[in-house]
Design a protein around this ligand. Structure first.
Ligand code: DX5
Ligand code: ZN
Length: 216
């Protein structure tokens, strides 16, 4: 069993003050930051790129959990390795040779993750489960923060948790999108151990108390 981790998404912080966003996460005594990279093509929004990640890197010891929402993630692995990412998670729906991209990430010495959209069949991930460190089950359609949690994703989480136990694997099972105290508990009960929270974390009256309640 992996210890629960809460990874706040910087997407929900003020984009003119990312450094302050990192400080808010550190003040909540969390160890990870989730960085959402969007290309305006794989998803209908643009966020920020490797330069922002590279400039934040020397400012913090947080684990950089980088979620690539890119049509061609394979073309950007090197840039995010150089930028100082700790993990790169790529989508199974993107236009690339998934196994090859995962191998490139691992060969660079980084942790690798595979992500799926909420409407994907989780069986699509089966060929990759024994080669990744993390499986990301999206609980909204990626592109924007602040969307409502899609309960149907709970079935995929349960499937991926069962698969993990039956095969004796130990990848982290991460959820992302619409996570708050209620939906976070539903995901934990379904087997998720890693909770991304953007809006609910940065808008919380007490960020530290909110994060502690999610990982309790
Ligand atoms: C959605 C992103 C999420 C998002 C989560 O495309 O992958 O990480 O920032 O934000 P909230 O918690 O606001 O749904
Ligand atoms: Zn994300």
């Amino acid at each position: 069993m992996n210890a629960p981790v809460v990874a706040p998404s910087l997407l929900a912080a003020n984009h003119g003050e990312f450094l302050q966003g990192l400080r808010t996460i550190e003040a909540a005594e969390l160890a990870w930051v989730h960085l959402d990279i969007m290309d305006g093509h794989f998803v209908p929004n643009i966020s920020f790129g490797p330069q922002v990640v590279a400039d934040l890197r020397p400012q913090s010891k947080l684990f950089f959990d980088v979620h690539l929402m890119l049509t061609n993630p394979d073309r950007f692995v090197d840039a995010f390795v150089k930028a100082g990412a700790n993990r790169l998670t790529v989508h199974v729906e993107a236009d690339h040779d998934v196994a090859k991209t995962i191998a490139a990430i691992k060969n660079a010495g980084l942790s690798a993750g595979i992500a799926m959209n909420p409407d994907a069949d989780p069986r699509r991930l089966l060929p990759y489960l024994d080669s990744v460190d993390l499986v990301l089950c999206m609980t909204v359609f990626p592109g924007f923060g602040g969307q409502a949690f899609i309960p149907a994703a709970l079935e995929s989480i349960k499937f991926l948790d069962l698969e993990r136990r039956q095969r004796g694997l130990n990848y982290r099972l991460e959820v992302d999108g619409g996570i708050n105290a209620t939906t976070g508990k539903q995901c934990r009960d379904a087997g998720a151990d890693t909770l991304v929270a953007g809006t609910a974390f940065f808008k919380a009256a007490d960020c530290k108390a909110f994060a502690s309640s999610l990982s309790a």
